[in-house]
Ligand binder design. Sequence first.
Ligand SMILES: C[S@@+](CC[C@H](N)C(=O)[O-])C[C@H]1O[C@@H](n2cnc3c(N)ncnc32)[C@H](O)[C@@H]1O
Length: 447
Amino acid sequence: MKKYELRDTAVTLLTRIGDQGGYSHLLLDQAIRNKDFDSRDTALLTEIVYGTLSYKLTLEHFLGQFVSRKLDTWAKWLLLSAFYQMYSLDRVPDHAVIHESVEIAKQRGHKGIASLVNAVLRNVQRKGFPNLDDIKDPAERIALETSHPHWLVERWISQYGEKTAREMCAVNQVEKPISVRVQPLLTTRAKAMEELESQGFTVRPSVIDTQGIIIEKGNVLKSDLFLSNQVTVQDQTSMLAGRMVNAKAGMTVLDACSAPGGKTTHIAETMDNQGKLYAYDLHAKKAKQVQQKAEKLKLTIIDANQADARKLQEKHEQESFDRILLDAPCSGLGVLRGKPDIKYHKSAQDVLSLASIQADLLEEVAPLLKIGGKLVYSTCTVDQAENEQVVRTFLKQHPEFEVDPDFRSDLPKAIHDAPGLTDAGLQIFPQDFNTDGFFLVRLVRKG
Ligand SMILES: C[S@@+](CC[C@H](N)C(=O)[O-])C[C@H]1O[C@@H](n2cnc3c(N)ncnc32)[C@H](O)[C@@H]1O
């Protein structure tokens, strides 16, 4: 391997992901397979690529302080990745970063650009990076410290306050521990935890769901339990949605937006695989995934099909269902953790268009609920327009519905006092329980 091949590969990957829309995990996996990197190199390459993408806005701000001319794309990523290493990776010596970056610039460009890279990095080494503590405007400071778009930080500050916004942005930069859901038809949580521990995993039980296990250490995707479908990967907040549907054996249940089927299969398990569970998704391919997941887990009550949930009244009579889950399509602002670049591609306009689709979906499925039946509305986003405002508007227009008086007391004890609990539902922030961000509420039909 050429001495600087690892850092050069990082620049190639960053250019393809950051400027050409390539998928980070796919391109990284491919590069690792094609090159002769050992496990240390692989770890460093992953860290440089994900770290540079995660802190792109912060690093671009620094770059603007040191370079005023427009750079070729590769040269920009070369400098940003060098900055990331000098800013965040204590174990990597600055002189190695500078030396290799200059070599890469010589190979990729001409003498002039190599001199510029050398001058910029030596300047940074001498002066240090600009101090972000000097920024007075809180939104701008949080945005730059945590590399979040300014509009999003401003929006979160206005909706949830500066402290919550700051904590949320900070935790989004840190990966969360993976969690799995035990398949109760195949094993128990105690047995599954014992087996994982005996294989060297560090695990602990979820306090949010009785079927949940948090994996502190070890790659669960390679475990026998995962490969034999005895556990399935699912965030604890998603488990909460399936659980709060509170479906019982023998009921007729609707999961209106179901793919890839994590919550559908969970609900079927809580029903002891007895009753009927209709699952839909807008995309035929995705509905098929739900059916396949159900078959893999031997959950025979699930009937998954393609449909636009805004037209479900064409398929089902009014008052057909005991329970409905509307896990609506959303902007996904709660699931930014471990996805370094996704936050840069969202816009305030996305939030507003999705809020309107969510309202339409709720309008359509609500009449399908039986009187006395319960409907869970959930999203994996953190935004009032898509969450509590959708619920408040719906309740105002539908006095026959109310927030289920048992909603709060049915929540797991550990989250009874969650800071995001209001009269319109529960907003879970990713920092509250070290999970994804999530919103859910359970409504009941009175008449
Ligand atoms: C948040 S995801 C659902 C996740 C799923 N409940 C789970 O736990 O695995 C939202 C899903 O809604 C689907 N969708 C979007 N618009 C829809 C519509 N109009 N009707 C039905 N499904 C829709 C998307 O394809 C996506 O799979």
